[in-house]
Design a protein around this ligand. Structure first.
Ligand code: MTE
Ligand code: MO
Length: 231
């Protein structure tokens, strides 16, 4: 138990679970009414965030469960509108050319982590492997944490700083951060960064993702989406 959790007593476990349920339903209500989800939301993920001690980061999960990574069974399935579908093991992915970058991470709810060091595989290498068909326009990223998903266009995935992230700050992704793989695109808000990634599905259209179904923007450019303007 963290200090904060201890402080939360005399709220018992039962009350705590009710609080979670209440937070979730009020979030759904708020987003329906306002159209765009408010930056201040008492969602399950934020409550969990407050319980976990991490530096700068708030750990988000929509289900409260963090999928466990098993290197012997985990696969990154890449399928849909591609010539050569792939089922990559963790070792397969690690054997691909590795890219490194330092970038800033922004969550749309207003927190930022500067100078995150990422290491991973560029989407362009994965494109070379699977050969998207001419009809492919977007990729849907599926998490082991059901039903979290989101999507990006092929054009966006070709940006210089987009990757499947495998390491953060010099170590393999931790379980809270989405081990073993997460989507990284610093130019967009964090909800595009699907954690516990397990599938990339190539499609001829761009489907709406988990948070987008609750009112967030499909195009999640930092500073110029979701009601923010860089002007
Ligand atoms: N599977 C999954 N991926 C997710 C989320 C989530 O709840 N579940 N939250 C997203 C949001 S809104 C943000 S800001 C980042 C937060 O990353 P972190 O939990 O590593 O801090 O994860 C993104 N990816
Ligand atoms: Mo976020």
């Amino acid at each position: 138990m963290t200090d904060r959790a201890a402080q939360a007593r005399p709220l018992g476990r039962r009350a705590f679970l009710l609080l979670l349920a209440g937070g979730l339903s009020s979030f759904a209500w708020a987003s329906k009414v306002s159209g765009v989800a408010s930056p201040i939301t008492a969602s399950v993920s934020e409550i969990f965030a407050n319980l976990l001690p991490v530096s700068g980061w708030r750990i988000y999960t929509i289900s409260g469960s963090m999928p466990e990574f098993d290197a012997s069974s985990w696969r990154l399935e890449i399928d849909g509108l591609v010539r050569n579908p792939q089922s990559l093991s963790y070792a397969d992915l690690q054997a691909l050319p590795r890219a490194h970058q330092t970038s800033t991470f922004h969550c749309v709810t207003g927190w930022t982590v500067h100078n995150v060091r990422w290491s991973g595989v560029r989407f362009s290498h994965l494109f070379d492997l699977v050969e998207p068909l001419p009809t492919a326009k977007a990729v849907r990223f599926v998490s082991l944490e059901v039903p979290y998903d989101d999507s990006l266009t092929l054009e966006q995935l070709r940006l210089h700083d987009a990757m499947v992230g495998l390491e953060m700050d010099g170590t393999p992704l931790s379980r809270p951060h989405g081990s073993p793989a997460r989507v990284v695109l610093p130019e967009m808000y964090g909800y595009k960064g699907v954690k516990w990634l397990t599938r990339m599905e190539f499609l001829d259209h761009q489907p709406t993702g988990y948070w987008e179904n609750l009112g967030y923007d499909q195009d999640a450019w930092v500073g110029r989406s979701n009601g923010y303007s860089s002007a």
